[in-house]
Design a protein around this ligand. Sequence first.
Ligand code: LIP
Length: 266
Amino acid sequence: MSADHEELLALARRVGLEAAAYVRSARPAGRVDVSSTKSSETDVVTAIDEACERLIRERIFAARPDDGFVGEEGDDVAGASGVDWVVDPIDGTVNFVYGIPTYGVSIAARQDGEVVVGHVVNIASGAEWGAVAGAGSWRYDGDERLVLTAPPVARLAHALVATGFNYVPEVRAKQAAAMAAFIPQVRDIRRIGSASLDLCGLAEGQFDAYVEQGLKPWDLAAGGLVAREAGLVLSGLDGEPDERLVMAAHPSVAEEYFELVRACGF
Ligand code: LIP
């Protein structure tokens, strides 16, 4: 049975805002202690990341005990309802550790594997975005929904591109080589350190395009729906966006942009 998408979004938003409030209350002044690392010594995790994901899991399963769950900091849970949740408790963890105010809670729900709702909140600023598949995306102004429509791009050479780099040095070296060929072809790049906030910024028109390698499902799920529902085209190297490559651009330049990214060797 199809779950009510507005009900799923209401749950995502309620839990996302509570999780953001918890992180704000728990964050000490100055640098945050790192509790462990993952893919490299700079791929950091904090106790607050882990506690935030526990809170989100508790709230989601209290409301929907038969759902599945895929989170950055814990084990996957297979569900029986056809709905599963894809969650990054703090997307932009390095920014969180350093106190750079660009890190968010990203919560998406998938129905039979397809993302149907997404909610992203910038923990530091409180800015938040939502999206429902086929029903648009918006920035919240209180409970009001300010609908997002990404602007067209006049010329690819004028495109401001959001991007990010991998935690593994060898992968970063390859990305840097591709970026060296890429940067002269566009206006400039911006590297804000949070994929979900990059993609919400793309939907807002703060960026014209996006490219990143190595994104996990929880980095992409909610922000990717916000971007898609604002009219942006998302692609992988060949086919759907995935951990190998995520590209996004306005339809006015999407195919030309995707070819440029491929030609530069990402
Ligand atoms: C981050 C992504 C970002 C990427 C970082 C990191 P995390 O996720 O949101 O786009 O460039 O390397 O993967 O690890 O902070 O949840």
